[in-house]
Design a protein around this ligand. Sequence first.
Ligand code: SF4
Length: 268
Amino acid sequence: MAEATPASSTVLFPELAPEPEAPRPLTPEQADKLPHIHRLLLAYYDRPAARELWDPLTQLIYSLLASRTKTPVSHQVMRDLERRFTAGPGHWESVRDATTTELEHAIAIVTFPEQKAPHLKATLMGITARYGSLTLDFLAKYRTDKIRDWLEQFPGVGPNTSAAVVNFSTLRRRALVVDANHLRVIQRLCVVPRADAATTEHRLMRLVPETWDAAMLDEHHSLIKLHAQTLCTFTEPKCQGCPLLKLCPTGQRNTGELPLATPSEAVL
Ligand code: SF4
């Protein structure tokens, strides 16, 4: 019989598995990376308006509909859905019970309504099937990572949506929403190595000061998003007038101050 290899021993005796490595402590430069960006954006744009906190279910519906859609359009769709289907704030049973075709027509002005309508219906039905009624208020008694795992089992709910539900809603937990806008700015700034949104959120959270609470993380995301929609746009970033130019390898390359970006420009 063949001898057990070290790898199979680890499987048979999990206590032999190596301890996960503790993350290296941040250098002072790394620790100030996000606060520095935050201070510069705050000075340039001023403090964003305070968010109106919705219940978690309303926030989930909004976030499912809002991806890659302009904010005023997403708000208009929420108003349309409430007017057409609900019996008052937080009562979304009639949206759940509508046909997919009815929903697709009702949300026609958002991007990809043909995908979002079935996701929305399946998610609302799934919540009802698992909890017994259509509400997410019960999530308040669970840990943030458990809430996010639970939400991400439903169709169309990825890390970006689950982060929005826990951070923007009345749950008000620590999480950083890394949507397409946020990801673009962070990648151009080379704050962390280029990766997908979920990995980027994980890496950014290592850089977030422990003193930043949920509201501060919301403010940080709002500033980055505003910057993405104002100066650091997808097609034509206005690097010359950007308050982050001194920190930004991409902007310095665009303005001719740097010849090429290199992987070593990432700080973590
Ligand atoms: S310098 Fe240019 S690329 Fe960099 S953050 Fe500013 S607008 Fe975006």
